[in-house]
Every structure is written in C-alpha cells, then in structure tokens.
Design a protein around this ligand. Structure first.
Ligand SMILES: Cc1ncc(C[n+]2csc(CCOP(=O)(O)OP(=O)(O)O)c2C)c(N)n1
Ligand SMILES: [Mg+2]
Length: 187
C-alpha cells in the first residue's frame, strides 16, 4: 500500500478497511509498528483507550466502523467509487473473513464493484475454514469462493496466505487488473 503514516486523511493514499473487525488487535499493532499511532496496543479494550475491540473512527486511520460482519466490502466499494469519480489514484484494500462472506450483502457489493468498474478495489478473503462456532460451509474449497467472485465480474487469485511472495505477486496482479480483484488467501 502507498500511504504516509503521518497523514491519515491523505486523499491520494491507499485505504485499508478491516471488514472482519474482530481482528482489530492486529490492526492496532500494525498501525503502531508503522508509526501511524502512538497509542499503546496493550491498552486494547480499556475504557480510556481509543483502541477498541473493533475498529472505530476514534482512530483517524479507520474510515468506517467495522465488526458488524458483511458491511465492509460495501463501504470499501463506496470509497473506491469516490476515488474513481474524483480521479484520485489511491486504491482501496479490504479484508474479509470466510465466514463473513456468507452474508448476502457481500455479494451485492461485489456486483456493485464490477458494474462500476472499480479496478481500484482489492478484496482479500481470509480463508481459514472457520467461522465463530465451527467450520464454514465451504471449508477449504478456495475454488468455490474464486468461482463466485468471477461470476460477479471480478478477477481473482488463490494463494497460500502464508506465502508472502505469492501474496505480493497477487497484489501486483491486482494493481494491473482492469476489474475489481479478489484474493482468496487459504490454508
Ligand atoms: C453481522 C454479525 N453477525 C455475527 C457476528 C459475530 N461474529 C464475530 S466473529 C464471527 C465469526 C467470523 O468468522 P470469519 O468471518 O470466518 O472470521 P475469522 O475466521 O477470520 O475470525 C461472528 C459470527 C458479527 N460480528 N456480525
Ligand atoms: Mg474464518
């Protein structure tokens, strides 16, 4: 991603939306490590901390509160559309859980993104086989998610989510794509 850790409101910068908002601790840790926030990650979920258990715009790097699963792709698509209409170069990245994508709203957003030619939008599905209380419907069948994204007009890659080189290659493909790009990160 292209972004300046000193400027959370940069209009030309890339945006990240953590749609699976319950993973907030890693977002706070990453922002802290990058020097974008000074809050101590160990204050997570404390009443007097900005670092809540789900991302909220109390932290200016968070453009939309997430954690009510199924909504982040819609928000990200709106941001990508605005970037496109404004002629701004920033790209929008969004991370979804595999349980989350059972939500119908995800697929409405996927259709919106391809119909509006949002080549500046990249969604990653974290395919860990698990939802909250058990296995997901499609478990490790990455091809099911890939076919579904393709049916909604997206370009796709399936990668081993632990293989950094493969992820980098997929993100490079996403930057070159002329349609929204979905990465199914499995294993
Ligand atoms: C709309 C909505 N329903 C239920 C929940 C409760 N919930 C929190 S995490 C979770 C499971 C998420 O599974 P997945 O999307 O696969 O995420 P991951 O495996 O990456 O944690 C659920 C159901 C929620 N946050 N939002
Ligand atoms: Mg999961």
């Amino acid at each position: 991603m292209r972004w300046d850790p000193r400027d959370p409101s940069g209009r030309r910068a890339d945006i990240f939306v953590l749609s699976k908002g319950h993973a907030a601790p890693i977002l706070w840790a990453a922002l802290h490590e990058a020097g974008a926030i000074e809050d101590d990650p160990m204050t997570l979920r404390r009443f007097d901390s900005r670092l809540e258990g789900h991302p909220t715009p109390l932290v200016p790097w968070v453009r939309v509160a997430t954690g009510s699963l199924g909504q982040g792709l819609s928000a990200a698509a709106g941001m990508a559309w605005a970037r496109k209409l404004d002629g701004e170069p920033g790209r929008v990245y969004v991370l979804l859980g595999d349980g989350e994508v059972a939500e119908g709203s995800v697929w409405e957003a996927a259709e919106f993104a391809s119909c509006n030619g949002l080549a500046n939008l990249c969604a990653v599905i974290d395919l860990n086989r698990l939802g909250q209380s058990g296995p997901t419907m499609h478990q490790h069948h990455a091809e099911v998610y890939e076919r579904r994204l393709q049916a909604f007009g997206w370009d796709t890659a399936v990668v081993d989510g632990h293989d950094l080189a493969a992820l980098q290659e997929a993100f490079a493909r996403a930057r070159r794509a002329s349609r929204p790009f979905g990465i199914v990160a499995s294993r």
